[in-house]
Every structure is written in C-alpha cells, then in structure tokens.
Design a protein around this ligand. Structure first.
Ligand SMILES: [Fe+2]
Length: 550
C-alpha cells in the first residue's frame, strides 16, 4: 500500500456542509433546475455487499447536504451520474464504466450493482456528475467460493452518535486498511439536538428535529455522511451493514414502537427508505412499504461465511415492559427475536455451510449477562436474554449442524466485551460452544473510561464473560484458516478530534476450539488521558459513566 493511495483515500472526501435552502418559488425552482450543479459529492462514496464477482457502488448527490427537505439542495430533475471502475487508483486501467441516473424520488442516490468481475481483487471507483468528480473509493470482490484464502482483515463497528463525539475511531479503523468492514447497527440516531446528552455536554449537534418523516431521515443521514472520518472508512473498503434500533427509533420491535404511536408504520417505512438510499445495499434490500430484506449472507471463499441478522424487524415485543428484569416470559418458547422464517434460514445456512468460520453479524448481546449479584438472574429484555428460547434454538442449531467455528459479533452496548458462549449459562462447568466479540461504540456514550481488565462488577457472577472496556473504539480481526485474532482497539477520548488508537486487549480463537484465549492486555498510557484533560478546559469535560440508552 503506497502512501499516495492512503492520502487519496483518506483526504479526498468531506467538504464542509453548506446551509439549507428550501421553499424556492416555482419560477426560481425552474431556474435552479437549469443551472449547473454545485459540487454534489459532499456525502462521499461507498461500496458494499461484496460477493466473488461484484459489489455495490454508492453515492448520493447533495450540494447542500443539510437542506431541511432532505433533498440535499438538488434540483428536481434526473441527473446522469457517470461511474468508472479501475484496477488502479489513478484510473489508468479502467475496466468498466457506465451511467446511472440519480432521481429525486430516491434523493439522488445511486446504487450501481456490478457482477462478472474477477474474485479476490482490489478495485477503485469514482463518479462524475456534470463537471464534478467524486473522491476515489477502494473496494474488493470476495475470493472465489471454492478457494481458501490465507487471511481476511476485517473490522467491525457500531453505535455512532454524531452528537456524542468525533468519529475518529472510523478514521483509525480506515488507517488499518481492512478488506471488509461490518457495521452492526446504530449507524445514526433519531434524536433532536440536545435530548440525548453525554455528561459535560455534547461536542456536536444534530441538525433538524427528532427524525419521523422521510425528509427528516434523509437530512440526518446526509449530516452523518458529511463527516470526513466516516467518509474515509467508507472509501477504504466494502461495508456490510445491518441496522439496529436507532436508525428507526429507540428499542422498536417489529411494529411496536417505544411508546404508542399510530404513525409508527409510516415512520418505519420512511426510516427504511432513507436507510436504503444512504447505504451500499443490493436491490434485494429495496424497501417495500414497511418491509425490507436485511438479513443475508456474505461468503469469503471457504474461509468465512457472514450470516448478517435482522433482530429488530421480526422480533416479539420486549418482555416485561423492556429494561432489565428477571422475567419469566423471556423463557417462553413461543417468543422469537429473529422470527420463524429468519431462524429457519439461519439454521439451514448452518447445515449447508462449508466455511471454516461461521460468523453471525448482529445487533444485540448474545451471551447471558446477569446484572444481579443475588440469586435472581436479571438481564436485558432488549437483548437475546429477553428471548432465551430463540438463543437456545440457534445455539443448538449450530451444534446439530456441526458448525466448525461459530463466532457471534455484536454491537449495541457501547463498550467492548468478549464472552465464551455456553449451552447452559447457569452451569459454569458446562461446555463452551462458541465465542462472542462485542465492539464498543464509535462515539455513543462519550469519552468513557479505561479500567482494569476483569474489574467489571458483573464478572464474578458471569464467569463466561471474559473482557469489558468502556472506552470508544472498534474491533479489528485477522481471520485465517487456523485462528481468528481480534484486537479490541480503543481511543482515549472522542470529545476532541484526532485521538490516537491503542490496542487495549487481544484475543485469539483457535480452529475447532470454541472460546477465547487472551493474548494481550495493555492499559491505555496515562499520558493519552492527560491530553484529554487538557482539552476539557475548552468546555467539554470527559465522561466517566455508561449511557443508559444504547
Ligand atoms: Fe447504540
């Protein structure tokens, strides 16, 4: 990897956001429709859902990304967008080119779905609209289905609340030059400015009200995508994304909103439409009303199969009114977090899999996580703990199918965690049947704090839980036929831009040996924390508490 390529990929994006222009009179609007476009690539470029012969290329035109109507300051007309795919970042060897049409009805987003490319290759892409050229993105095809690649460098992330800090963790992940990035949900948050605050105050503000309409969700997505660090992460590798709750509304469950709301189906449909428009998703994920096909598989040769789950759209409502509870209904075998159809799809995928690693990319904590030191088991009704029978069916499903190496990847809880998975969490001596890696948030919850590994108060009565850390960050994995190695990378602060990243702990999972082996445990240097404290003088104090609204 040359320095020049990194420079292009990491600095090419992100022009500042312009002000909103809405409500033009008809004659002025007609004139605006004829005028040449101002620079429209303010939201960067992205790629996603790679398979062995293609992927999706994405961009969206928005000269004024924060426009209140969600249409990015675009004239109400179709705009041809030329795209190019090359083997080199300077586009000396253009392999494919074509024209896509950006339309008002899809907020001038463009999804180019390519097939017929060579497997296991790196590609570069860019777009042109009128006289404007987009930044360059890098992407890649997955290896051929029958091959066993030597290694895959994959990072995973979740929970990027724009108001809670700077997206430096995205940039630090981009700098590791992963081949694949998974986003496990809470890519954006629905809140109005200053309603979900970190102690000491939010370093940044959302634009617009709490998102309810299509215009609101489009505007919010555009605001997030103006972030240069986020653009750098999209430009460096293909992403595979799944939403969690906040892309729609806190803790929604199928058609049940957080608080009763007859408008919720329309809100969900609007959120899905904007999510599709702003993500590098295949046309199979185009929403149909309140439905959207999000669960899907991505294969990386015979090395890894990623089973990407949707634990929001088909789940039963949270038991016992949500929250933490010792709730008998959580054990009801009739309840499901995946829905019957997705569960059957997943179990069938286990049976058919010939992958060395079967990886579940999903939203909420899978292992049991008891917060009660006494005899009661008190757990989160929003996580798999609220759907115990669902978890049992899936765990037994991978055992019955003889899945060689099951690994669950998770977001949601705004802290790094690592866990051995058990068939019976009540019996610490029962066998370990898999492993779970949970990434911290990119920003949600604010700065957080470092702590000694193993010092979390829940560990004594959850012996399968192996690691926890409440700094922000991402997990960087290297997957080979022999092992899956995971680095839990953290940033000492997110309330100021430009934090360095540190590998706080490392774990290895060996082929055919379920469970985690810790290989490194390195506290963040105190000098890094002092840099934060100096920054606090500017009015943004550091945060030492966990958020209550993952
Ligand atoms: Fe979150």
């Amino acid at each position: 990897m040359s320095l020049s390529r990194r420079t292009i990929l990491l600095s090419g994006a992100a022009l500042g956001a312009a002000g909103a222009v809405t409500g033009l009179p008809v004659a002025a609007a007609a004139a605006a429709a004829r005028r040449p476009l101002a620079y429209p690539f303010t939201l960067g470029v992205a790629s996603g859902d790679p398979d062995h012969d293609g992927f999706v290329l994405w961009t969206r035109l928005a000269p004024q990304p924060l426009a209140e109507d969600g249409l990015g300051g675009m004239p109400d007309r179709d705009v041809p967008v030329h795209w190019e795919l090359a083997a080199d970042e300077r586009f000396r060897h253009v392999l494919r080119r074509g024209v896509a049409v950006a339309r008002t009805r899809s907020a001038h987003s463009v999804h180019v779905e390519l097939a017929g490319l060579l497997p296991g290759r790196e590609y570069f892409y860019r777009f042109r609209a009128e006289r404007h050229l987009s930044p360059v993105g890098r992407t890649r095809t997955a290896p051929a289905p029958w091959t066993m690649p030597a290694a895959l460098a994959m990072g995973f992330v979740s929970c990027s609340q724009y108001e809670h800090g700077y997206f430096t963790a995205y940039r630090r992940l981009a700098e590791t030059e992963p081949e694949l990035i998974l986003h496990l949900g809470d890519y954006q948050y629905e809140y109005a400015p200053d309603t979900y605050n970190v102690p000491g105050g939010n370093p940044r503000d959302h634009e617009g009200p709490e998102t309810r309409t299509l215009a609101n969700y489009r505007q919010r997505h555009a605001q997030y995508k103006t972030d240069a660090d986020l653009q750098a992460a999209h430009a460096v590798a293909p992403w595979v994304v799944v939403f969690d709750d906040h892309e729609v509304e806190n803790n929604w469950a199928d058609e049940v909103p957080e608080a009763p709301d007859p408008e919720f189906p329309a809100r969900r449909a609007a959120a899905f439409q904007a999510y599709y428009e702003n993500m590098p998703l295949r046309r199979t994920s185009i929403p149909r009303g309140i439905d959207m096909q999000l669960y899907r598989r991505v294969r990386w040769g015979r090395l890894a199969t990623f089973h990407m789950l949707d634990t929001r759209q088909y789940r039963d409502d949270q038991a016992c009114g949500d929250g933490y509870d010792a709730c008998p209904a959580a054990f009801d075998p009739a309840r499901s977090i995946t829905g019957a159809e997705q569960e059957a799809w997943l179990l069938d995928g286990f049976r058919r899999s010939d992958a060395r690693w079967d990886i579940l990319g999903q939203q909420v904590f899978f292992a049991q996580r008891d917060n009660n030191a006494g005899p009661l088991t008190v757990t989160s009704m929003d996580a798999w703990d609220g759907y115990v029978a669902s978890r049992d069916r899936i765990t037994r499903g991978w055992l019955a199918a003889g899945v060689r190496n099951p690994v669950v990847l998770t977001g949601d809880v705004h802290a790094h965690w690592a866990s051995d998975l058990k068939l019976d969490y009540a019996d610490p001596a029962s066998r370990t049947v898999g492993s779970e890696l949970v990434c911290s948030s990119i920003t949600s919850g604010g700065d957080g704090a470092d702590s000694a590994s193993g010092s979390h108060p829940w560990f004594p009565f959850n012996p399968h839980l192996r690691f926890q850390n409440n700094l922000r960050g991402y997990v960087s994995t290297t997957i080979t036929p022999g092992q899956l190695a995971a680095d839990f990378d953290v940033l000492p602060y997110v309330s100021q831009p430009g934090a360095p990243a540190y590998t706080r702990a490392s774990f290895v999972i060996e082929d055919r040996v379920p469970g985690l082996h810790q290989t490194a445990d390195t506290p963040v240097p105190s000098a890094a924390r002092m840099a934060t404290d100096a920054g606090a003088d500017e009015g943004r104090r550091t945060v030492e508490r966990e958020t209550t609204r993952p």
